[in-house]
Design a protein around this ligand. Structure first.
Ligand SMILES: *[C@@H]1O[C@H](CO)[C@@H](O)[C@H](O)[C@H]1NC(C)=O
Ligand SMILES: *[C@@H]1O[C@H](CO)[C@@H](O)[C@H](O)[C@H]1NC(C)=O
Ligand SMILES: *[C@@H]1O[C@H](CO)[C@@H](O)[C@H](O)[C@H]1NC(C)=O
Ligand SMILES: *[C@@H]1O[C@H](CO)[C@@H](O)[C@H](O)[C@H]1NC(C)=O
Ligand SMILES: *[C@@H]1O[C@H](CO)[C@@H](O)[C@H](O)[C@H]1NC(C)=O
Length: 361
């Protein structure tokens, strides 16, 4: 599974209303020398990938649990919507790239479409957000039958309003009803997968540094993503400014991991405890570190094991560092496209648009 896709998951809102669910479409329109189809998208239910669409072959590819999901939506309608989306990208490409030097490599347009179902069964917000070369250009928000548009595209008001009218009517009569119906259908089919609770494995690790030790609390393999992980020193929470890490990272199997670290001096004699609360745990889980400061290895076997363990830890640290770097890079540049699979996936930039022009509707 490509890391870029995983990293996208990190940008999903952590603070989604409790009990609500979302259907996401992440579409990419890219022109230039790339191995990707010009148009493609990935659909997700919450943080679970359910479908891939290849705009070149015009084919839908279910993902994950593919048994008995054919009746969730009318594929003819979805194929029609996919064509609409492709057409709107083609139109937008002309506007968005007027002042762009097209010989400078691939240019990507991206769209995030999201519809939300509240826990009471009512539709929540629907968002359609577009970006050009990694920056958000415009966004249409539809909530409680009320549209709000913000955009920075260089088009005249009459042209913009014509497109908006058209797009709003389609949201009302087609996009939102279809999205909500599909979301409900998938929620039924994937209930066990979406509502699964997987317990974290929690370890408190100690690593020797030149100046002392690094104490790390690692929780891994949990689902859903919400977790509270706290480091305690003699029963008191360690203050945030002493802590490094705390980023939520995805594992390839759909679970998540989190690590928090703390540097201490070699003379530190405090007792460290890591405490974790997660939906899968009835009570909080406490793990206490018991370590001897710099005591020599007790046996050759122990030292061999320690070296092996250290190699594993370093390997993991390097992998995590690489992943984080990639994450940082992809956030900085807004979007990046994957190069490791047929699915051209992208991370959506979360920055606020620099220039925003609002249109009253
Ligand atoms: C576009 O970019 C290419 C490569 O950087 C450069 O050679 C060319 O002069 C540029 N064209 C314009 C119109 O700026
Ligand atoms: C529609 O949205 C705008 C902007 O959020 C808000 O000011 C307005 O009150 C809303 N109208 C209705 C009828 O909800
Ligand atoms: C907007 O479009 C007009 C007409 O095509 C053009 O003259 C103007 O330079 C454009 N402005 C920007 C900021 O690109
Ligand atoms: C896959 O779908 C079948 C049929 O709807 C369902 O019984 C099963 O629980 C699903 N498996 C997962 C992992 O969601
Ligand atoms: C984490 O802590 C906050 C504040 O105490 C609490 O509201 C939330 O439910 C906790 N989350 C989990 C997963 O335990």
């Amino acid at each position: 599974m490509d890391n870029i896709f995983l990293l996208f998951l990190l940008l999903l809102p952590l603070a989604a209303p409790k009990g609500s669910h979302s259907l996401w479409v992440l579409a990419t329109y890219i022109k230039g020398q790339t191995p990707f189809p010009e148009f493609s998208y990935v659909a997700m239910l919450d943080d679970v990938r359910i479908m891939y669409y290849n705009g070149e072959t015009k084919t839908l590819h279910p993902r994950g649990n593919t048994t008995a999901e054919d009746d969730v939506f009318d594929s003819n309608v979805l194929l029609k919507i996919s064509d609409y989306m492709q057409t709107s990208f083609i139109n937008k490409w002309v506007i968005a790239t007027t002042n762009v030097n097209k010989t400078e490599g691939a240019i990507a347009l991206q769209r995030l479409v999201l519809c939300e179902l509240r826990d009471n069964g009512d539709p929540g917000q629907m968002i359609t957000r577009d970006a050009v070369r990694g920056s958000t250009t415009d966004e249409l928000l539809y909530v409680e039958k009320n549209f709000t548009y913000q955009g920075t595209l260089n088009v005249s008001a009459p042209v913009l309003n014509m497109h908006l009218e058209f797009s709003m009517r389609r949201h009302e009569v087609l996009y939102q009803p279809f999205c909500i119906k599909t979301l409900k259908g998938y929620l039924k089919k994937r209930r066990t997968q979406i509502n699964r609770k997987v317990k974290p494995k929690v370890r408190l690790l100690q690593r020797e540094l030149s100046s002392g030790f690094r104490v790390s609390c690692l929780a891994s393999g949990f689902y859903p993503r919400h977790i509270n992980l706290t480091l305690f020193r003699d029963g008191q929470p360690v203050s945030d400014h002493e802590i490094t890490g705390g980023d939520l990272l995805p594992n390839a199997d759909g679970t998540y991991q989190m690590r928090k670290s703390l540097e201490i001096s070699a003379a530190d004699k405090h007792k460290y405890t890591c405490s974790v609360t997660h939906l899968s745990l009835d009570n909080k889980l406490d793990v206490t570190l018991e370590f001897d400061h710099g005591e020599p290895f007790k046996s050759v076997i122990a030292s061999v094991l320690t070296v092996l363990a250290l190699m594993l830890v370093i390997g993991a640290a390097v992998a995590i560092y690489a992943l984080k770097r990639q994450h940082a890079d992809s956030v900085k540049t807004g979007y990046s496209t994957a190069s490791t699979s047929e699915e051209s996936m992208a991370t959506f930039r979360t920055d606020v648009n620099p220039r925003t022009q609002s249109v009253n509707l």
